[in-house]
Write a protein that binds this ligand. Sequence first.
Ligand code: VTB
Ligand code: MG
Ligand code: MG
Length: 323
Amino acid sequence: MSDASAFEFKDRMLSLGLARVSEAAAIASAKLIGRGDEKAADQAAVDAMRTQLNLLDIRGTVVIGEGERDEAPMLYIGEEVGSGEGPEVDIALDPLEGTTLTAKAMPNALAVIALAPRGSMLHAPDVYMWKLAIGPGFPEGVVSLDADPADNVRELARAKGVPPEQITVCILERPRHAEMIDKVRATGASIRLITDGDVAGVIHCAESSATGIDMYMGAGGAPEGVLAASALRCMGGQIYGRLWFRSDDEKARATRAGITDFDRVYSLRDMVTADVIFAATGVTDGSILKGARRDGAYLETETLLMRSKTGSVRRITYRQKNQ
Ligand code: VTB
Ligand code: MG
Ligand code: MG
């Protein structure tokens, strides 16, 4: 079997394994929800995710991880993970996407991981990325990163057949977005401000009838952009991203990651060029996933598990005895 077909054969099995990986991270960090200790929550998620990931039959390389080797002792970019047998894959992960959300017991913290054939994920450096995302069912290019935020609202409203007042945009609450927020509000659209967690913010666009969010815009982490693109590749929708460099050091980081065109706009398929498997488990309660919870003698999690090849979306409830 060629490597590509070996991957096709195995990815159905692997996807269930991937759900275990995000479940383990969520369960480990759940004990630290609302305890005010971001570092402890993150560390617990990282340890648990790494242990489970190394049980999978893959030859995996972390492409989107916890940072560069010198600053992240575990799940750093370039770390080899998995049992060392099986298909060669790229891994994008964030064991706890929303450490502050978890420490403060605020909504939409997730444990996230995506897996795709080797060489198919953008090696995004840890810099900011300007992002723009919408859900499925709209013509390609109806919104654009080069357009004014107000025009994007109007174009999306037109495509949806509603007035701008019926559009809700999700934006990270940061001073850098003040002008964007004013422009969006001037159209009459509503804004869901979030304090953290733009992977969830983007995913929410793909289930707008459940979440009430139609569009995500703003600058967040570039690694989170690749994770969000992986999710949308499974759920449908569009995402565009442009790296934002604030120093020569950040440019050097991008160069080390193999990036040559600093102004490039990446579409979904530029960020993840092949089929991908994606798993996210809720840590705190959110708009599309329940958080990890203790229910009497049990621990329970909810996981979104998706494969882009088939467009399958599973929600898995997992329960284990509370130890
Ligand atoms: C971004 C966003 C993440 O942290 O990285 C953000 O993509 C950090 O932004 O989802 P600031 O530097 O402005 O604080 C998250 O919100 C959580 O990891
Ligand atoms: Mg992290
Ligand atoms: Mg993160």
